[in-house]
Design a protein around this ligand. Structure first.
Ligand SMILES: Nc1ncnc2c1ncn2[C@@H]1O[C@H](COP(=O)(O)OP(=O)(O)OP(=O)(O)O)[C@@H](O)[C@H]1O
Length: 594
C-alpha cells in the first residue's frame, strides 16, 4: 500500500481531491472568515509602509514635523497596526479551529467506517498500518490550511505587486522577471521535497506497524529471546526514518527560505541600482524607496509559504488517497437482510440451530468448510472435534457472522440467520473464546461490558454462577479492582472465568464455546465444569474442545477433517464406531492415566 505513494496520476489526484472536498465543505465558513481577515491583514501590510513613506517624504526634513503631525501619523500607524493584529488574531483562530474540526471529523468518519468492515479486511491489514492511517494520515488532511495558505500567498503577491506598480510601474515590471525564477524554484522544491517527505512518511508507517507487532508479541519475543534481533530491526527502520527526516530538514534549509531570501536580496539590489540611476536625473523620495522595498519583501515572503503549502498539498493528497481507500472499502462485515429496519424484526426464542450444506472459504479460493450439515435442537449441545486446522473455529466464525459464507443455509429457529438483526444475534449468541480480552475498567464493568441495563447485582450473580466469585472476592478491591490493559495482571484462567460471567450475565439463548476451558487447569476446570453445566442449561450450545473429557455428555459430537464432517454421533455411539474419535479418546485417556 505504501508503494502507492510513489506517484499519483492527474485523474487519480482529481478523484482524491473531490473526495477530500466533501469533508472540507461542512467547515467552509471557518475558512471563508479566515480568508476575509487574511485579505484585511494582507492589504494592511501593504498599506502601512505608505503611511511611513508619506511621513518620511513630507515631514522628515528639518523643522517640518510638528507635534501634531507626529501625533497624527503615529496614531494612524498605531490604529492600522491594532486593526492588523486583531484581523490576524481572527484569521489565525478561524483557520486553526477549522483545521482542527476537519481533522476531528475525518478521524471520526474513518474510525466509524472501520467498525463496518468485516474480519476479512482486518485479516489483510496490519494493525499498525491502520493506526497510522487514523492518526498520522488524518493529520495530513489539513487541506483547508494548505489551500488557504496557497490562496493567501498568491493574494499577497498580487496585492504587493499592485502596490509596487502604484509606486513605480517601471521598476515594478522589472520585478516581474523574478516571478518565473521563483516559480521554477517552487517546482524544484516540490519535486525534491515530496519524494523525500513521502519516503519519510512510509518509514513512519513501517515503524508504527513494527512497534505494534513488538508490543503485542512481547511475550513470544521474550520467550524466544528475539529482543536483540528485533531491536536491531527497529533501530534500522528508526534510523532510516530519521535519515529521511534529516534530509527533509536539509532540503527545507537550502531551498525554502535561503533561496527565496537570496533572490529577494538580488531584487533589492536591482531596485537600489535603478533608483540610484534615476537619482542622477531627478529627485528620488527616500520614503517611496522605503515603501517600494517593503512591498518587494511582501512580494517575496509568501513564496516559501507557497512552496511549503504545495508540497504539503501533494503529500496530503497521498495520505488522503489512503484514507479514501479505507472509506471506499467494500469488505463489509456480512450484511443482514433486516439491516436498517426497526419494525417486525424476528427474535430468537427457541435456539434451534441448523447448518444446511454450508461451504465456506476465507479467501474465495480454498474451501475450509465443505457441505456442513447438522441440526441442534433447543437446549442441546453439539461438540466439534478434529485436528488442528480442520475447520472447527470456522463454523463458529460463520455462525457469528464474522465472515460471509458462500453456499448453503444457516438457520436459527428455522429462519435464515440473515433475517435476524445484528443486535439480536449479538444479544442472543454468547461467544466464549479461548482467550478473552479485558478492558481498562473495574472487574464489575468488565463483566457488564459498560452496559448500563446490567446491574452490579446481576454482574455479581453471574460471577457466582460461573464460580468466578471466589477469586474476585480475594482481589485487593474485590469487584472494584481495576483491570489493567488486556487483563495482563490476571491469569488466563481468571480472565476466562470473568469472560464466562460476562457471557452469562447477558443470558444468551445460544452458547458458543471455542476451547473455553483450554486455559484452565484441571483443578479449576473441575470447579467450573459445574458452572459450565449450569450455563448450558436451557441453552443450545456449540462447543469446540480438544480435551474430549469436557464434551463427553454432548448430545451430538461432530468430527471434522479438512473441513468435512467425517463422523457424527454421541460419545458412546462414536466409541462404538471405533473410528477417528475412538482413537483420539483412547490416546487422551492413556495420556491422562500416564
Ligand atoms: N482468518 C483466516 N484467513 C484465512 N484462512 C484462515 C483464517 N482462519 C483460519 N484459516 C484457515 O482455515 C482452516 C480452518 O481453520 P480453523 O481455525 O477453523 O481450524 P480449527 O479446527 O478451529 O483449528 P484449531 O483447533 O487449531 O483452532 C485452516 O486451514 C486455517 O489456516
Amino acid at each position: 500500500m505504501e508503494n502507492r505513494d510513489e506517484k499519483m496520476s492527474v485523474s487519480e489526484s482529481w478523484q482524491v481531491f473531490k473526495f477530500i472536498f466533501k469533508f472540507l465543505l461542512p467547515f467552509k465558513r471557518y475558512f471563508i472568515w479566515a480568508f476575509v481577515f487574511s485579505v484585511i491583514t494582507t492589504a494592511l501590510a501593504s498599506i502601512m509602509p505608505f503611511v511611513l513613506s508619506a511621513f518620511m517624504d513630507s515631514y522628515l526634513t528639518p523643522m517640518r514635523a510638528t507635534d501634531q503631525i507626529i501625533f497624527y501619523f503615529a496614531g494612524l500607524y498605531l490604529a492600522l497596526a491594532i486593526i492588523n493584529s486583531i484581523a490576524f488574531f481572527f484569521k489565525w483562530n478561524y483557520l486553526q479551529n477549522g483545521s482542527i474540526f476537519v481533522n476531528q471529523y475525518i478521524r471520526k468518519k474513518v474510525y466509524a467506517k472501520i467498525h463496518t468492515l468485516g474480519m476479512r479486511y482486518f485479516d489483510q491489514k496490519p494493525t499498525g498500518w491502520l493506526i497510522t492511517r487514523i492518526t498520522n494520515d488524518t493529520d495530513l488532511f489539513d487541506f483547508w490550511q494548505m489551500l488557504f495558505n496557497a490562496l493567501t500567498s498568491v493574494l499577497s503577491i498580487i496585492i504587493a505587486f499592485i502596490a509596487l506598480f502604484l509606486i513605480d510601474h517601471q521598476i515594478a515590471l522589472v520585478m516581474l522577471i523574478f516571478l518565473p525564477i521563483l516559480l521554477l524554484s517552487v517546482m524544484l522544491y516540490q519535486r525534491v521535497s515530496t519524494r523525500v517527505y513521502r519516503a519519510m512518511l512510509a518509514k513512519r508507517s513501517e515503524l508504527n506497524t513494527k512497534l505494534n507487532e513488538y508490543i503485542s508479541g512481547m511475550r513470544i519475543i521474550q520467550q524466544f529471546r528475539q529482543e536483540s534481533r528485533l531491536g536491531k530491526e527497529f533501530e534500522e527502520t528508526n534510523d532510516e526514518y530519521y535519515g529521511f527526516r534529516r534530509r527533509v530538514i536539509q532540503i527545507n534549509g537550502i531551498l525554502l527560505s535561503p533561496l527565496v531570501n537570496f533572490l529577494m536580496a538580488i531584487s533589492i539590489i536591482v531596485v537600489l541600482v535603478m533608483y540610484s540611476d534615476r537619482s542622477m536625473h531627478t529627485v528620488v523620495a527616500a520614503g517611496l524607496v522605503y515603501a517600494f522595498i517593503s512591498n518587494v519583501q511582501i512580494y517575496f515572503n509568501p513564496i516559501s509559504g507557497l512552496m511549503d503549502s504545495l508540497s504539503n498539498f501533494s503529500n496530503g493528497l497521498v495520505a488522503s488517497s489512503r484514507i479514501k481507500s479505507i472509506m471506499e472499502e467494500t469488505e463489509f462485515s456480512p450484511k443482514q437482510a433486516t439491516d436498517g429496519s426497526v419494525n417486525n424484526l424476528p427474535t430468537i426464542t427457541q435456539g434451534k440451530i441448523e447448518f444446511r450444506d454450508v461451504s465456506f472459504s476465507y479467501d474465495g479460493e480454498h474451501q475450509v468448510l465443505k457441505h456442513i450439515s447438522f441440526v441442534v435442537n433447543p437446549g442441546e449441545t453439539v461438540a466439534f472435534v478434529g485436528h488442528t486446522g480442520s475447520g472447527k473455529s470456522s463454523i463458529i466464525n460463520v455462525f457469528m457472522r464474522f465472515y460471509e459464507f458462500s453456499e448453503g443455509q444457516v438457520l436459527i429457529d428455522n429462519r435464515d440467520i440473515r433475517s435476524y438483526s445484528k443486535e439480536e444475534l449479538r444479544e442472543k449468541l454468547g461467544l466464549v473464546l479461548q482467550d478473552s480480552f479485558m478492558f481498562v475498567a473495574s472487574v464489575t464493568d468488565n463483566i457488564k461490558m459498560m452496559k448500563p441495563v446490567i446491574t452490579d447485582k446481576a454482574a455479581k450473580e453471574a460471577a457466582k454462577f460461573v464460580q468466578a466469585d471466589r477469586f474476585i472476592q480475594q482481589l485487593e478491591n474485590g469487584y472494584d479492582t481495576r483491570v489493567i490493559e488486556g487483563g495482563a495482571a490476571f491469569s488466563a484462567g481468571e480472565r476466562q472465568l470473568i469472560n464466562f460471567a460476562r457471557t452469562i450475565v447477558r443470558n444468551p439463548k445460544i452458547l458458543l464455546l471455542d476451547e473455553a476451558t483450554a486455559n484452565i487447569d484441571t483443578e479449576t476446570e473441575a470447579l467450573i465444569q459445574a458452572g459450565l453445566t449450569n450455563m448450558r442449561q436451557n441453552r443450545t450450545t456449540m462447543a469446540i474442545a480438544h480435551r474430549l473429557s469436557t464434551i463427553k455428555d454432548a448430545n451430538q459430537i461432530l468430527v471434522l477433517d479438512k473441513g468435512e464432517i467425517i463422523e457424527r454421533g454421541n460419545h458412546d455411539e462414536l466409541l462404538e464406531q471405533n473410528g477417528y474419535y475412538a482413537d483420539m479418546y483412547r490416546i487422551q485417556t492413556l495420556q491422562n492415566e500416564l
